[in-house]
Design a protein around this ligand. Structure first.
Ligand code: GLN
Length: 240
């Protein structure tokens, strides 16, 4: 089997170490004998239906977000991403990427950045910097990560949070929600990188990608995750 990972704006939205998520997905697939190709989808790229089997959209600062928000509309990549998610293609987005997949992101300066409207959420920059380790109770069990954002994200009616914060800020530091999940697409504030320390979530993304691509149930062969789980458990113990 082969997996093609679409790395959305990997040239611009990559300043919080989120590229580690691409590495984790690639290695966890290759350790199971699955070939992986990573395609960076930048401002010059198009997104064709069925071209990529899994998308990743990392974090970035307001300046990069402004460029990317405009390109998502002008190049219609936003529309293409939405239709890919509607047919079940999995996606992981973190922080700045997550914010641009909601209804809008209002930065400190300048106009509102219109989002893709994939997640029923909206984000407004605040004067609180939400930085630190975060632990979230979710359908994947505990998730651990590191957050660094000023944007506060609010869930609209019908939005499903990825989970509830047991320590840290999450979406907005008020309602204890963290992230959002819609079909097989996930938005969250967990940098870290997220996936190396949360192997269950990494494998869920790989499994969904393979099942949609090959239209069959896929059971991934278990890996020796002792090191990953050791790091995960230390983080939960220390910060949970
Ligand atoms: N600029 C956005 C914020 O501060 C996103 C930051 C990020 O991607 N870490 O909320």
């Amino acid at each position: 089997m082969k997996l093609i990972i679409g790395y959305l704006y990997g040239d611009l939205m990559n300043i919080y170490g989120d590229t580690g998520n691409i590495t984790a997905l690639k290695k966890r697939a290759e350790w199971r004998g699955i070939d992986v190709e990573v395609k960076i989808k930048n401002q010059k790229s198009k997104i064709k239906k069925g071209e990529c089997d899994l998308y990743f959209f990392g974090g970035g600062q307001d300046q990069a977000q402004e460029l990317v928000a405009r390109d998502l509309v002008v190049s219609s990549k936003g529309k293409s991403i939405k239709s890919e998610i509607e047919r079940g293609v999995p996606l992981l987005s973190v922080c700045g990427g997550y914010q641009l997949l909601g209804d809008y992101y209002k930065p400190h300066k300048g106009p509102k950045l219109i989002g893709v409207g994939l997640f029923p959420v909206y984000t407004e920059a605040s004067y609180d910097r939400m930085i630190g380790n975060i632990v979230v109770e979710s359908m994947f069990g505990n998730l651990v990560g590191f957050e660094n954002h000023s944007g506060k994200t609010y869930l609209k009616k019908g939005a499903i949070p990825l989970g509830m914060v047991t320590s840290g800020f999450g979406n907005n530091g008020k309602d204890r929600s963290e992230g959002c999940i819609y079909k097989n697409a996930i938005g969250c504030y967990m940098h870290g990188s997220l996936l190396p320390k949360n192997p269950k979530l990494a494998d869920w993304l790989l499994k969904k990608a393979l099942e949609v691509k090959y239209s069959k149930d896929v059971d991934l062969e278990p890996l020796d995750d002792s090191l990953e789980l050791q790091t995960h458990n230390i983080a939960v113990k220390k910060f949970g």
